[in-house]
Ligand binder design. Structure first.
Ligand code: ADP
Ligand code: MG
Length: 165
């Protein structure tokens, strides 16, 4: 199965945490560019996020992959001072092929992904068909975009560059 996983970090060595996540997740079939994003909601004074999306191939169940994502978040948390609020690393399962999961603590496709430009832009890069399926409105905006480093691809989301693995 192809797991589309969204990564985000807005604290500490953000690029380092994204890199850590990519290294911990083995068998990545695709890696998007990195995007820099103004924080949406959350506490005041939060720094900008770095976001990206990867495609992770695995035969494991969604529940097992969620546990794996939480394990990796835990590895990142051990690298920093526990008193800071914002996240060093957040991993969300956006979609798994055409699977639908609706459990109290696991919803796939991720219900908020389609409203978030910082998830939709990197998805469009690695899996345009999924972007169209999740949000035709945002996919239509992304379709005519110039995918140039430094550009604001969608409101509040800048294309920053590649992760140097
Ligand atoms: P955010 O919604 O901002 O990512 P958190 O990472 O703190 O917030 O939320 C984590 C919780 O979301 C987890 O306890 C997990 O059980 C739940 N969850 C539900 N669906 C998903 C999903 N598709 N991917 C990741 N976590 C999910
Ligand atoms: Mg999360």
């Amino acid at each position: 199965m192809n797991y589309v996983i969204a990564l985000g970090s807005n604290l500490g060595d953000r690029v380092g945490y994204l890199k850590l996540a990519c290294q911990e997740l083995e068998a990545l079939a695709a890696i998007s560019s990195i995007y820099e994003t103004l924080p949406v909601g959350g506490p005041e004074g939060q720094g900008p996020y770095l976001n990206m999306v990867v495609i992770y191939e695995s035969d494991r169940s969604p529940r097992k992959v969620l546990e794996e994502c939480q394990r990796i978040e835990g590895v990142a948390r051990r690298c920093r001072n526990e008193y800071h609020g914002p996240r060093t690393l957040d991993l969300d399962i956006v979609a798994v092929d055409t699977l639908v999961v609706e459990e109290p603590d696991l919803v796939i496709p991720h219900p908020r992904a389609k409203d978030r430009g910082f998830v939709m832009a990197p998805i469009y890069e690695v899996d345009p068909a999924l972007a169209w399926r999740l949000s035709p409105e945002i996919a239509a905006l992304l379709e005519h975009q110039l995918w140039q480093e430094g550009r604001e691809i969608i409101t509040g989301v800048w294309l920053k560059g590649q992760l140097d693995l």
